[in-house]
Design a protein around this ligand. Sequence first.
Ligand code: 13P
Length: 252
Amino acid sequence: MKAQRYIVGNWKMNGTRAMLNEARAIDRAAARLPKVQVAVAPPGTLIFRTRDAVEIIGVGGQDCHVEESGAFTGDISAAMLKDAGADFTIVGHSERRALHAESDAVVKAKAETALAAGLSVIVCVGETEAQRDAGKAEAVVAAQIEGSVPRSEAAAEKLSVAYEPVWAIGTGRVPSTDDVAKMHAKIRESLVGIYGDAGAAVRILYGGSVKAENAAELLAVDEVGGALVGGASLSAESFLAIVGAAASLDES
Ligand code: 13P
């Protein structure tokens, strides 16, 4: 049996206070499925309220700044996320990398700041379609891992890595389970190379068009320790179907 799977909903720039009802429903159901670790990353405006509304599930940010405070209009620091009640933050999502020009070095600095603030971290990696077509997917992802994961002491314990092929995000397309298995094995190799034995315990999540219909198949793949879910995390019903799929696997 695999270790407790980790199912995380990334709400992206979606959600106003009405979404707290979804968070509450997710929380109530998660309480009945203790074998699955469940979390949501709402927009920054909802972190405090979400924390207040739930009891069991984790609550996280979607990004953080590398500095603790200062003249960075519009940014939120890891310390602020922690103060608002976050347990973790996502860093290096491909939408941040592409739309905010974040390099591996920036992602790594963010991850290290988040750890220093007492947060756990999910570092995202993933190749574009052009990179996959050019046969470079594994090399691209290995380089992202090498450049983006935090190196501070005990980092591995609070780290998850999310493999999200850019071409699978929001498209309804998913890689074959063979391709997911190959990539996750490669990521595991990189993590063990960096952290030694501790790298064997880092959870590697898959993200990109995870839905109720494909969740069981994807979560059963070797080295898939959970899922980072976008669109399907925006309603409790569709998100809980994925959490339920993870829970059923654990029972088998
Ligand atoms: P979708 O599940 O909407 O494809 O998004 C995946 C994602 O980017 C999660 O971070």
